[in-house]
Design a protein around this ligand. Structure first.
Ligand SMILES: [Zn+2]
Length: 370
């Protein structure tokens, strides 16, 4: 398959990646938002950065190590929204399961200090390597670490042998932080269709696949929609804070309360494989989506999930009763990892994602070729 390395789609994608990791509340993210608004202005009738005050959290350093009987650093990441600790030391005890985003259930261990108080948690990402992930619920004052499958045996043994763990986590709330959604409006109509994709990342990655690629596809849709008649107002929405409990999408949904939104198309992740996950609902809408995708000429294998899991920006809309469809070429191998960086092999799937999205909108009679 041929693809054009100099296309606007690829240029936008590279540009977004080049801003580096873009965690919620960061300077990189702010700079990227300005670029995205400029780019949207080229295709949308109006485009702007829609800001809200935010409680953003920043991690500046951390360490988790085995202290006894031998000293060894353990590869780990700190959960987003985790608490800070200047230093802790203690033994290990199994703490049951940690449920993440209604999607994963991982084993969790606690570190107990000399008085038996919990001074840290360590969760094992089942079957995979360590990555940053959002804390399962709210904020915690205790530091939470995530380690890979390779530490499972050590932790199980540590519970019996009394091995000692040490570590620290430096985290802080960023004063005056903002949530920065980038919004572009195309066309007019009594109903509105939202096409969204997040451009923030977790702190340890540039997020080429998750979701620089999806954000670049949303920009590209803006360009290609010039060749269509629109039967609804289209809101192109590049969200902030998806990785931070969907804060951007939640803010935007709240602001659009009272508008008639007939559907949301969310693009989150354009990875390497040919397996397209389709999270959609409610069921009558899912049947329409499935019928269209089953007739597609593109090369992919669809995996349908209904009702849609809550782990991406469609969730606040779906909870508000709006039909949603989330598309992803999921890529768990590089998700939230520093390895999620530019690679040419993703471009073909970005092209596929763009064509699939246009086809869906056309079949759903949101747009019509001129
Ligand atoms: Zn994502």
């Amino acid at each position: 398959m041929q693809y054009d390395l100099d296309s606007e789609l690829v240029k936008s994608w590279k540009r977004i990646i080049d801003y580096g990791p873009r965690p919620f509340g960061s300077e990189n993210l702010r700079r990227c938002s300005e670029y995205l608004a400029e780019e949207l202005k080229k295709t949308a009738d109006r485009a702007y950065v829609d800001t809200d005050p935010a409680e953003a959290w920043e991690i500046t350093g951390w360490k988790l190590e085995q202290a006894e009987p031998i000293r060894r650093e353990i590869k780990s990441y700190v959960f987003l929204n985790s608490g800070a600790s200047e230093g802790f030391r203690g033994t290990v005890k199994y703490a049951g399961k940690n449920r993440i985003w209604n999607m994963y259930v991982w084993d969790r261990y606690m570190v107990l200090d000399e008085e038996g108080r919990i001074c840290a948690y360590v969760t094992v990402r089942g079957g995979e390597e360590a990555i940053p992930q959002m804390l399962f619920q709210g904020k915690s004052r205790i530091p939470h670490f995530l380690v890979g499958e390779e530490e499972r045996n050590f932790l199980e043994e540590a519970c019996r042998t009394g091995a000692v763990l040490e570590g620290y986590a430096a985290a802080r709330w960023i004063p005056g932080a903002q949530c920065r959604n980038v919004v572009g409006h195309l066309g007019q109509g009594s109903r509105k269709v939202v096409i969204c994709g997040h451009y923030d990342t977790v702190y340890a990655t540039k997020g080429a696949y998750d979701n620089s690629a999806g954000a670049a596809v949303v920009l590209e849709l803006g360009r290609r929609l010039k060749k269509y008649r629109l039967h609804a107002e289209i809101e192109l929405l590049l969200t902030d804070g998806e990785e931070f409990d969907l804060e951007g999408a939640r803010n935007r949904y709240r602001k659009c309360a009272g508008q008639e939104i007939s559907m949301v198309l969310n693009i989150d992740g354009v990875g390497r494989q040919k397996i397209l996950e389709v999270w959609s609902g409610p069921e009558p809408f899912e049947r329409k989506i499935r019928k269209i995708l089953d007739q597609s000429q593109e090369e992919f294998e669809a995996v349908y999930i209904c009702p849609p899991p809550p782990g991406s920006d469609h969730a606040p809309y779906y909870d508000g009763g709006i039909p949603v469809c989330m598309l992803t070429f999921n890529d768990q191998g590089i998700l939230h990892s520093p390895e999620d960086d530019y690679r040419e092999s993703l471009i073909e799937n970005m092209e596929v994602m763009t064509r699939l999205s246009l086809n869906l909108l056309e079949q759903l009679k949101v747009i019509e070729k001129i």
